[in-house]
Write a protein of this length. Structure first.
Length: 257
């Protein structure tokens, strides 16, 4: 059995395409930006963290790819409008949208402050609606693709995660809704990651990291590149007959009793 986690880009499936990746300044979003760019896409990173977003874009440009960072709080309609205007002027189109940015608030539900509830729902769930609202006019008449990054929290409860779970569950329902509403022109799918080694785990203790890894069948965290490979597949023509799907990238976490 091989255990080769080096994923080779199979082809340049996105040559001539334009991809918008939210939260592309870090973790899974940055891996998606790198993967889509490596396969030929012009990548627009929409991140609230200006420095991080610019750094990823700059590194891609240094490697000869077409990439830009547009500062954007995905919860704000005005930011989406500005992004859409800029992309219209620069590229005139958007072929791929990766809705990946997230916010998190962890607290017992009865202690959760109302603004925190709204923020998590807005950054994860409303953002996907705003993406469609503002980018619809830039999507192609055929062959467009939106991939939302969900979470195993959409499927399983864990104490303290109410707004995150509700937002991700809502996101998966919205993916199916949008797939029906905008197909066949636009395919809409989700990936449902389990534990993935990104900066969001930086404050977790070693024993807790080990316990999290052991909840998966494969006994480890996934890599951002492993999620990006699935996102790129779903966004590509190779997934041309897949829409409204949610693909677990969780090392088997959610199939275990
Ligand atoms: N890492 C995991 O274990 C894991 C597991 C399941 C699901 N996910 C999902 O994967 C996605 C990416 O997570 P990650 O671990 O790569 O996180 P990360 O913290 O490494 O990166 C998140 C990025 O989103 C940006 N961002 C945050 N709020 C934003 C906003 N309002 N507007 C624009 N950008 C914003 C941040 O600046 C950051 O660059 C999220 O949707 C998360 O829910 C992650």
């Amino acid at each position: 059995m091989t255990d080769d986690r080096t994923i080779q880009a199979p082809a340049r499936r996105f040559t001539g395409k334009v991809a918008v990746v939210t939260g592309g300044g870090s973790g899974i979003g940055a891996a998606c930006a790198r993967r889509l760019a490596a396969e030929g896409a012009a990548v627009v990173i929409a991140d609230i963290a200006a420095e991080a977003g610019e750094q990823v874009a700059e590194a891609l440009r240094a490697d000869g790819h077409q990439a830009a960072h547009i500062p954007c709080d995905v919860a704000l309609a005005a930011d989406w409008q500005r992004l859409a205007d800029t992309v219209r002027a620069t590229h005139g189109r958007v072929d791929v949208v990766v809705s990946n940015a997230y916010a998190m608030a962890i607290a017992p539900t009865h202690e959760l402050a109302e603004p925190d509830w709204h923020r998590v729902l807005d950054v994860i769930l409303k953002a996907a609606y705003l993406a469609v609202r503002h980018l619809h006019g830039l999507l192609p008449a055929a062959g467009g693709s939106l991939v939302a990054v969900s979470s195993v929290h959409a499927l399983r409860g864990r104490a303290g995660f109410a707004p995150y779970a509700a937002a991700k569950g809502g996101l998966e329902a919205l993916v199916r809704q949008l797939a029906v509403e905008y197909g066949p022109a636009l395919r809409v799918n989700a990936v449902t990651p389990g534990p993935i080694a990104t900066p969001q785990w930086r404050f977790t203790s070693e024993p807790d990291l080990r316990a999290e890894a052991e909840r998966t069948v494969l006994g480890r965290f996934g890599t951002p590149e492993e999620v990006a490979a699935a996102v790129a597949f779903l966004a590509s023509g190779e997934a041309a007959f897949i829409t409204g799907a949610t693909l677990p990238i969780d090392g088997g976490m959610t199939i275990r009793l």
